[in-house]
Design a protein around this ligand. Structure first.
Ligand code: GLU
Length: 546
């Protein structure tokens, strides 16, 4: 005999002929070791991919990779209002740029046995599970119009009752088959709601990051299918994470309040619960010294596009994110300076629950160390790619000019105490641009104790005695001589001892030369710079300065 549920289910979803068993069979348990983790990134294609997405993606990726599991990309594109053309491509390319590799799903062109990986292509699946819930009396059609829901809310607010559709307010629960049929016949729109079993009890959930959580259970008849038959996030992700056999759902803590809904859905559908891992918000230290959430409006560094435009190397961003993902990472890094970051034993249990502090200055420090380990060849390739994308006006300085650029990038990086001046591509260009004639400019003043006449005399003698073949010692010996002949101490300490006796010291003399060659009072070693500039360019610059 057909039950009320059977009749209702057929009435609402006549075209759905598959059963949940069919999908359970189509997407069987994955053939993985018992401790293997299956994780996913499930962004909505809204066009804004932010640091939080990358932060979460690292967690997903680490969990899957470390356990020989699977990490896939699912696109949650059921919300037309938020859809932005081209956003999906931007998400995938951004994540890949930062070294996030997907094993399957939308990030792999849709490959994998658990797809489709676009929610918009899964509507039939959601409706099949919704139909089954209606059939089993776990969900029902609700014809309440917008204005009726508002009225209910007003009454509830007046009576100081909890707002929402639940209990006695959930009038759709009691509609007879004939009532539903006549509403449908009259063309009235409806949603499908969960028939929540919850009242005022508690649920206990083990969060992968936060440990045991005790939360009030859900009692709201939340919408599972909207009037257009498209599922809500609540319903869609539960069905998907089950059928795609996700073991760990890593997502932002903004989802914590709706966790009871999701738990109830998993339980009602008879699906085993995944381990939810709610990551802390990324925070920043505000000008007032207080921690605050990074915001899209006020903090450009929230957008991943920012790091690409500035030209942070993906390895630096990765390294930095690991330092905020697990607080013992830095200690591990000090002990293992040469290991790949992938070797670090990452664990969700070691993640912060109170807000991860994001600090651009710290990122820059980390970046300096990371860039030091990247070969000049690779750095040069990075500069070529970055400039082609973001500064085409200067791309020709790098592309086709690699031998020169590599020497520049390697300057002062060897030895025991290497220079750590390089932070990100935009800054690197600023830092090295004096090597390119069209970008050379004098920006610093000669030391105040050197007058114009002396400066000219220094440069003249320098040019006269310049021999490109001099080694570093011969070269410096000449600078000393020039200084001494003009009344500058050969050593800074002589000048300190008898200040009245000298106009200054050899350092002032070399600064004059430095500024002529680089335009700046600070730079790496002048002799090495000259070797890179070459004899002709060196002489030209000195002449020009004179
Ligand atoms: N589509 C949701 C979002 O972009 C995904 C949340 C989740 O990971 O479950 O926020």
């Amino acid at each position: 005999m057909m039950t009320h549920g059977d009749l209702l289910a057929e009435l609402l979803f006549p075209e759905i002929t598959k059963t949940p068993e069919y999908y359970e069979g189509l997407f069987p348990q994955r053939n993985l070791a018992s401790n293997a983790k299956v994780t996913r990134l499930a962004p909505s294609p809204t066009g804004f991919i932010h640091l939080g997405n990358l932060y979460g993606a690292f967690v997903d990726e680490r969990l899957a990779k470390q356990s020989d599991g699977v990490f896939y990309l699912r696109i949650e594109d059921t919300d037309d209002k938020r859809f932005v053309e081209g956003a999906e491509g931007a998400i995938v390319s951004s994540l890949m740029f930062f070294g996030i590799d997907f094993d399957e799903g939308a990030g792999q062109g849709g490959s994998g046995n658990y797809g489709p990986y676009w929610q918009s292509q899964r509507v039939g699946i959601y409706q099949c599970f919704a139909k089954n819930m209606v059939k089993n009396g776990l969900a029902y059609p609700c014809f309440l119009a917008e204005h009726e829901i508002s009225q209910i809310r007003e009454t509830q607010e007046k009576n100081k009752e909890n707002t929402g559709i639940y209990g006695k307010w959930a009038t759709g629960r009691n509609l007879s088959f004939d009532q539903v049929k006549s509403e449908l016949d009259s063309g009235k729109p409806y949603v499908v709601r969960l028939k929540s079993r919850g009242t005022s009890g508690q649920i206990i959930v083990e969060d992968g990051i936060r440990g045991t959580l005790a939360m009030p259970e859900n009692y709201q008849d939340i919408v599972i299918l909207k009037t257009n038959g498209i599922p809500t996030y609540h319903f869609a992700h539960v069905v998907d994470d089950h059928l795609m056999r996700t073991t760990h759902v890593v997502r932002g803590e903004e989802w914590l309040p709706s966790l009871p809904v999701h738990i109830e859905l998993f339980d009602m559908l008879g699906f085993p619960r995944p381990v939810y891992c709610h990551t802390a918000q990324l925070m920043k230290l505000g000008a007032d010294g207080n921690k605050r959430k990074l915001s899209k409006r006020d903090d450009p560094e929230l957008s991943l596009g920012y790091y690409r435009e500035e030209g942070y190397h993906p390895k630096a961003v990765r390294e930095y994110l690991l330092t905020i993902l697990n607080s013992d990472y830095e200690e591990w890094r000090r002990a293992n300076p040469d290991l790949d970051a992938g070797e670090f034993p990452f664990a969700v249990e070691k993640m912060s629950t109170s807000g991860a502090l994001f600090d651009l200055n710290k990122l820059s420090d980390v970046s300096k160390d990371v860039l030091l380990k990247i070969s000049a060849k690779e750095l040069c390739r990075f500069m070529v790619a970055w400039s082609n994308e973001f500064r085409p006006d200067i791309a020709s300085l790098f592309e086709g000019n690699e031998a020169y650029v590599e020497k520049i990038l390697d300057l002062g990086r060897g030895g025991n105490n290497p220079r750590k001046d390089l932070v990100h591509a935009r800054q690197v260009f600023e830092f090295i641009k004096y090597f390119f004639d069209e970008h050379f400019a004098v920006t610093d003043e000669i030391p105040s104790n050197v007058n114009e006449e002396d400066a000219k005399a220094i440069l003249k003698s320098y040019l006269d005695t310049y021999d490109h073949g001099d080694d570093q010692q011969q070269w410096f010996g000449k600078i000393r001589e020039i200084g001494v002949s003009l009344g500058y101490a050969a050593k800074p300490k002589d000048c300190k001892k008898n200040p009245g006796q000298y106009k200054g010291h050899v350092g002032d003399v070399s600064t004059v030369i430095r500024i002529a060659l680089t335009g700046r009072a600070q730079s790496p070693d002048i002799w090495e710079i000259q070797q890179i500039l070459g004899e002709e360019r060196t002489r030209q610059r000195i002449k020009k300065a004179i």
